[in-house]
Structures are given as structure tokens and as C-alpha cells.
Write a protein that binds this ligand. Structure first.
Ligand code: ATP
Ligand code: MG
Length: 418
């Protein structure tokens, strides 16, 4: 038997209501904040991620699905959404249109990761980007959008960690101090950390190895090195969140896994399992880095699998079948299907397409939880009348044998229960 590749999953029909619920809720909230959906390619030239995400990151160094296509070009399945959206922003000349450019997406991402609970190789992110404003107000709007999304999904056992990682200027001073601190023990760090020491020492603070985390205790804190502008930006973000009633804790260990971040970074972390559910930040240098006009931006992405695992199961609507039409004999099958088609203008209807016996059809209607059944046979067709049966209560009502009459009877006679 051929199995699915490691780290992928099938979303089966009995799980799909959850996925549709999450995406529909998210979409409503994004639209209410004035964001429009964007769809971009599943794969891009590898260079986009090397330059956009950063070649010292885990994502680029270890996790990308990269291959040469038949024309010999290096292609990568997108590991995240922001680099592709920025490429699209530049390529489509959007900077000459009214800014800010506010977009959202729900898309699969691909990372060659160690598969474990909450960590897959193909996973889905729901995210948003605001491109074209340097104001702290954009950070506040985006964080309040993320907060609203989680609240509307009834994910409450969660907290917001906030930090600023400054701009390249404040970071240069900070990295010097950090290197002095880490340098004293660099031999004791893991190999990945060692390899980052020269080019990107801040990433060492993001290491998940226990021994590295311990060695990082007491490291200098970026917030002490912020330049006046970055400091003011961060103070304004905090004041804005305070004013909107969004609580947070400043956590100087939040540096984020991707290279392009500047100033504000944040993570919404689940208290239930400690996982980061939604993460993002400002990336003022990325558009220019990818050869576009110097344009500030801010964005976030949430892991949909992680969101779904935290949504209270009782919130998820289900859509059971409204009606099953039972055909008494094969000679009525096609007339029954005609009636089913008419009813399908209004209701979700199934009928016999497996040449099943009467008894087998009744059993099937029960198993799939059809709310109503109607049996169609000789008498029904001759008299143009039928009985509508509500399966759960056993209640039956007479109706004429046409879709509108049936619908009326359902609304008049079963209204309360339906
Ligand atoms: P982590 O530190 O957990 O590896 P990251 O910094 O790589 O996260 P981002 O790239 O910022 O994560 O992705 C944002 C969100 O996407 C994460 O907070 C998480 O919810 C989700 N996510 C990231 N990688 C995976 C994965 N392999 N499987 C499932 N969800 C993921
Ligand atoms: Mg990761």
C-alpha cells in the first residue's frame, strides 16, 4: 500500500467542517479590517527565500524543499508566505498604487522538519501583511487583528509576548555586546549556534537546545540598545495596545526565526501546550532587500493546525444531510432522482445511486444521519402524494409530491425542530 509522505496529512470529510469554520471566521475578520485575499505561487525561485528569509535561518539552511526543474532552474516549495507576497508586491508595481497594501492568505507551506505533534512538513498558515506604512499604528492594528482572530475562534488560553529587535543600527551595537557575552562560552554551544556566531549571533537566542538556552541566561538585552527612534516606536506600540485593552508581556528572548524582522516582533503562545500559535513582526528592510523601493511593512502568520487543535469542539458547526429519498424499487430510481434534483434547490439531499434494496437504503439513511426521509413508490407516484418522516422523532406529515410543497410542509409542520 502506498502511504502519504511523512509529515503530510489527509483532511477527511468528517474533519472538514473545522477547517472551513476556521477559514471562514478568519476571512470575515480580515475583511472587516479592510484586508483583501492574495494568492501566490506554491513554488518560487530558490533565491527569493535565500535572500528574503535569510541564508542563516533554520528554514533556509535545513528545511526547504528545493529541486531543479526540467529547465535546470532551482525551485523551492514556499516555506512561508511573506517573501512571495513581497515579490508579488514589487513585480506588480503595487508601490505606485494607494498604500498601505493590506492582504491576507490561507495557504499550505512546506518545510522539511522533524515531524512531531504540531509540526508537519506540509502545514497551513493563515496570515496577513500590511505593506507601505512605517507607523506604529500599523503594528497595533495588526496585533489587534491577530488578537481578535484568536478571540473570535474562542482560543482564550493564550498570551502575547512582545519585543523589539530594533533596526540595523541599534542591532549592530547590540550584536557586538552579545558576541562578547556568547563568545566566552562559544565552545559549549551546539553546532548550529557555533555556525551562526559570526554572521547572525541573535539567532542563537532562538535556539531550542536546552544547554544553549541555559548558556543564554544573563545575555545582554536588545531593549537596552534601542536607538531613540526604535525606542519611541516600541513605546507607542505598547501604549496603543494598552489603550485597546490588549494585554502582553515584554519578552526579550523573542527574536523570531526569520531574518527579515525589524523593530516589533510578537508571538501568541498557547498556555495549554506552550506552542506558538501565531507569530509576526515588522520587516522594514525586506522590500528593498528584494530589489523593490524602500518600503516598510508588518505581518503575521498563524499555524492553522495549531489553531484548529485549540478551538473548542462544541463551537464547530456541522452540516448533516437534510433529506434522503428512498426509492421503493429500481423502476422509481430515476424519478426519485428528478425529485431530489428539484429539492436540491433548497436542501441537501441524497438518493439511491447504488442500486440498493429498500431496507438497505433505510439503513444507510439512518447511518448518515439524514434528518428527513421520503419513500417514493407506486402509490406516491400515482397519487402525487408522499409522507415526510423526521428520523429522530419518528413524526410523519403528508405532502404533495413536488419540491415546493415538501419544503412548505417542512417549514410549517416541523419548523421548531428543523
Ligand atoms: P517554530 O519556532 O515553532 O519553528 P517558526 O519561527 O519556524 O516557528 P514561523 O515561520 O513564524 O514559525 O511560522 C508561524 C507559525 O506557523 C508558527 O507559530 C506555527 O504556528 C506555524 N508553523 C511553523 N512551522 C510549522 C510546522 N512545521 N508545522 C505546523 N505549523 C507550523
Ligand atoms: Mg520553525
Amino acid at each position: 500500500m502506498i502511504q502519504k509522505p511523512k509529515g503530510t496529512k489527509d483532511v477527511l470529510p468528517d474533519e472538514i467542517d473545522l477547517w472551513n469554520y476556521t477559514e471562514a471566521r478568519a476571512c470575515d475578520i480580515f475583511e472587516n479590517y479592510g484586508f483583501k485575499e492574495i494568492r501566490i505561487p506554491t513554488f518560487e525561485y530558490t533565491e527569493l527565500f535565500e535572500r528574503g528569509v535569510g541564508d542563516t535561518t533554520d528554514v533556509v539552511q535545513k528545511e526547504m524543499y528545493t529541486f531543479d526543474d526540467k529547465g535546470g532552474r532551482s525551485i523551492t516549495l514556499r516555506p512561508e508566505g511573506t517573501a512571495g507576497i513581497v515579490r508579488s508586491f514589487i513585480e506588480n508595481g503595487i508601490s505606485s498604487k494607494p498604500l498601505p497594501f493590506k492582504v491576507y492568505y490561507a495557504m499550505p507551506m512546506f518545510r522539511y522538519e522533524n515531524v512531531q505533534k504540531g509540526r508537519y512538513r506540509e502545514f497551513n498558515q493563515i496570515g496577513a501583511e500590511i505593506i507601505g506604512t512605517a507607523s506604529y499604528l500599523a503594528d497595533v492594528e495588526l496585533i489587534s487583528l491577530a488578537d481578535k482572530l484568536l478571540k473570535k475562534l474562542n482560543i482564550n488560553d493564550i498570551y502575547l509576548s512582545l519585543n523589539s529587535i530594533g533596526c540595523p543600527e541599534c542591532r549592530a551595537k547590540y550584536q557586538k555586546a552579545l558576541k562578547e557575552f556568547i563568545g566566552k562560552n562559544i565552545n559549549k554551544y551546539c553546532d548550529t549556534c557555533k555556525s551562526r556566531f559570526e554572521k547572525n549571533p541573535m539567532r542563537i537566542l532562538d535556539c531550542k537546545e536546552k544547554k544553549c538556552k541555559e548558556l543564554n541566561q544573563g545575555a545582554p538585552v536588545i531593549l537596552d540598545y534601542l536607538c531613540d527612534e526604535c525606542k519611541e516606536h516600541f513605546e507607542n506600540v505598547k501604549k496603543g495596545l494598552d489603550y485597546l485593552g490588549i494585554s502582553y508581556a515584554v519578552d526579550s528572548s523573542i527574536v523570531r526565526g526569520l531574518d527579515y524582522y525589524t523593530k516589533t516582533v510578537f508571538e501568541f503562545i498557547s498556555k495549554t501546550d506552550g506552542y506558538t500559535v501565531l507569530a509576526g513582526g515588522r520587516y522594514d528592510g525586506l522590500v528593498k532587500e528584494l530589489d523593490g523601493p524602500d518600503t516598510p511593512a508588518v505581518g503575521f502568520a498563524a499555524g492553522e493546525e495549531r489553531l484548529n487543535s485549540l478551538i473548542p469542539k462544541e463551537d464547530i458547526p456541522s452540516f448533516p444531510l437534510d433529506m434522503y429519498l428512498v426509492s421503493m424499487d429500481e423502476k422509481f430510481d430515476i424519478e426519485t432522482m428528478k425529485l431530489a434534483n428539484d429539492l436540491r434547490e433548497y436542501l441537501a439531499v441524497q438518493t439511491n445511486i447504488s442500486s440498493r434494496s429498500f431496507n438497505a437504503q433505510m439503513k444507510y439513511a439512518n447511518k448518515i444521519n439524514a434528518e428527513f426521509t421520503i419513500v417514493i413508490g407506486e402509490d406516491e407516484i400515482k397519487n402525487k402524494k408522499c409522507k415526510i418522516k423526521q428520523m429522530e422523532t419518528g413524526k410523519e406529515e403528508l405532502s404533495k409530491l413536488d419540491s415546493e410543497s415538501i419544503l412548505n410542509v417542512i417549514f410549517e409542520k416541523f419548523d421548531d425542530e428543523f
